[in-house]
Design a protein around this ligand. Structure first.
Ligand SMILES: CC(C)(COP(=O)(O)OP(=O)(O)OC[C@H]1O[C@@H](n2cnc3c(N)ncnc32)[C@H](O)[C@@H]1OP(=O)(O)O)[C@@H](O)C(=O)NCCC(=O)NCCS
Length: 179
């Protein structure tokens, strides 16, 4: 468990499959992600089942924990494509419960994840990809200290248009200096 001020990052559990199916079949959510096929229960079950065998992935559930809600699942995040030799990983995040978006939870979760990546997993570089039209995510990543490194022009086709994919990263030395 990684414990922040308002949220906790905890293990992914099988009982989360129903909310995952809701989020990852919602066009409003998946327009920002690389997925576009319908997500089936079997695909979710396989993903959760395979997590234990994957040493290139560390996935977390994003939970709000307080006396009013108890423990409320609002999203997930993780380190992916972990390259243990070069100490590089890619981060991904979704606040799937839409009423919890835009309230600072995503930024707080990403800060916890980045801190864990540098201080516990001993990564040296954390990178991500974000679509040009995802201003909320870009604002959040900028605030954390990610910087744009470049973009692939018109590399993604979504909602009838082509968009740039922006590459961002943060280095361990930058994170430690900022903190
Ligand atoms: C991207 C995401 C993780 C951000 O988390 P969040 O909790 O919604 O965002 P935050 O409340 O932490 O806000 C981040 C920043 O964006 C700003 N912001 C909030 N809503 C915004 C909006 N609709 N448009 C632009 N900026 C917005 C916030 O003001 C904040 O910046 P500030 O603190 O300087 O004001 C979340 O919105 C999400 O999961 N979106 C859907 C999936 C997705 O885009 N995943 C990322 C793919 S790269």
């Amino acid at each position: 468990m990684l414990i922040g001020e308002r949220i906790t990052l905890g293990p992914v559990k099988r009982e989360y499959i129903d909310p995952y199916l809701k989020w990852f079949n919602d066009p409003e959510i998946i327009q920002y992600l690389s997925m576009f096929r319908p997500m089936t229960r079997m695909m979710e079950e396989d993903w959760i089942e395979n997590l234990k065998n994957r040493d290139d992935t560390i996935a977390f559930a994003i939970l709000i924990t307080n006396e009013n809600v108890g423990e409320k699942l609002i999203g997930n995040c993780g380190l992916h494509a972990i390259d243990w030799k070069n100490r590089v990983a890619e981060v991904g995040i979704t606040i799937g419960e839409k009423e919890y978006q835009g309230k600072g939870y995503g930024t707080e979760a990403m800060e916890l994840l980045v801190d864990y990546g540098f201080k516990s997993v001993n990564l040296n570089r954390i990178q991500l990809r974000v679509y040009q039209f995802n201003s909320r995510a870009i604002n959040s990543y900028n605030k954390i200290g990610f910087v744009e490194e470049g973009r692939m022009r018109k590399a993604i086709f979504i909602n009838g248009e082509y968009h740039d994919i922006i590459f961002m990263s943060i280095l361990k030395e930058e994170w430690l200096k900022e903190k």
